[in-house]
Structure formats: structure tokens, C-alpha cells
Design a protein around this ligand. Structure first.
Ligand SMILES: [Zn+2]
Ligand SMILES: [Zn+2]
Length: 194
């Protein structure tokens, strides 16, 4: 244990110590680079990076830096897979926050759209259950498919496609928001009342 600690400290010193070296040609560097720099001796780039298993930033060759990047990509992919494993079931069982988590952790636009459709479906059903019969759609910076839907009133028994049309090209898809309890234009009450 003691030996192990001593070795860790020793490694640390040699990595970021007083005599930094070019990781390619081992020529001494004038100072520890803070970011990517070119070695004056060999012309190779010196990278300053860390890895998921060792967060200490250290000097790397191009090849080492590429490998380090690769481990970060794998690390994020694992994190994403873990989140998906955690939230998929609750999302499908109607947990709204879990659906939001699924939308956050997917980078695939089609997948995101499917989760958003589910979210809209859940929201419409919840409003219908509360006795709200119609909702108004509103949004900003809408695509040509969504723009005509702006401010329109739909039934809470509509499908989620009434809110995210099939040919929507918004980025990301689904820019229309639902608002229940629409006021009558004359302010005398709500559209849903009476
Ligand atoms: Zn060098
Ligand atoms: Zn759109």
C-alpha cells in the first residue's frame, strides 16, 4: 500500500514535473504546455489531455491523444447506455420525468421524436382526465408544417401527431407547446366551460 502510494506520487512528478518533455522526441520543453502546442525540436504536436480513469491532464503524442479521445467516447456511450437502461421502463410506464431523461440522453433525432410523441400523448391524456377538452398550440420559430398550427385549438383526444406533424422539419422536432384552459376571446371564461 505504501509502496503503491509512493509510486503514484512519483509518476505524478514525472508527468507534470519540473522538466516536461516532448512525448514524441523526449526533448525538454521550456514550460508545461496548457494546451496543444508544437514541439520546437521535432515539429510534432504535444497534446494535453486526460482520460476517464485518470483525470489528471498530461502530455500526449497525437496517437495517445486519439486513443484518449476514444476512451472518452466509450465512457460517454457507457453513461448513455446506463441512463437508457435506467429510464426506459419508467418512461414507458408513464413517468414523465423519465421520458424527459430519455429525450435528453438520445442523440438520434428519430428516437427523440418518438419519446416526444409519447410525452405529448401523456400530456394530452392527463389534461383529458382532468376534464380539459381542448388545448391551444403555440410556439416560436416554427417550420412550414407547424406554422399553420400555431394558435389553433385541438381536442385533448387528438393523437400526438396533431402536435408534431409527420412532415415537421423543426430542429429539434416538436416546437409546439400545449396550453389547456383556453380563455374565451371576450374574457368571460374558458372555452372548456359550459
Ligand atoms: Zn518533440
Ligand atoms: Zn415543425
Amino acid at each position: 500500500m505504501l509502496l503503491c502510494n509512493w509510486r503514484q506520487r512519483s509518476d505524478k512528478r514525472s508527468l507534470m514535473g519540473r522538466t516536461p518533455q516532448c512525448p514524441s522526441c523526449k526533448a525538454p520543453l521550456a514550460k508545461i504546455p496548457q494546451r496543444k502546442t508544437k514541439c520546437k525540436a521535432c515539429g510534432e504536436f504535444v497534446f494535453v489531455k486526460n482520460t476517464p480513469d485518470n483525470r489528471e491532464r498530461r502530455l500526449m503524442t497525437q496517437t495517445q491523444a486519439d486513443a484518449a479521445e476514444q476512451t472518452w467516447s466509450g465512457h460517454y456511450a457507457n453513461q448513455q447506455a446506463a441512463r437508457q437502461a435506467q429510464f426506459t421502463q419508467p418512461a414507458l410506464s408513464g413517468d414523465r420525468n423519465a421520458v424527459l431523461e430519455m429525450m435528453k440522453c438520445t442523440r438520434n433525432p428519430e428516437e427523440r421524436e418518438r419519446w416526444y410523441l409519447l410525452l405529448i400523448e401523456m400530456d394530452l391524456a392527463k389534461l383529458a382526465k382532468r376534464g380539459v377538452r381542448s388545448v391551444q398550440l403555440s410556439g416560436a420559430r416554427l417550420c412550414p408544417a407547424c406554422e399553420p398550427l400555431n394558435q389553433t385549438i385541438i381536442s385533448t383526444s387528438s393523437s400526438a401527431r396533431a402536435v408534431i406533424p409527420e412532415n415537421c422539419t423543426c430542429d429539434p422536432k416538436g416546437q409546439l407547446a400545449l396550453s389547456g384552459w383556453i380563455k374565451r376571446p371576450d374574457g368571460s371564461g374558458y372555452v372548456d366551460q359550459g
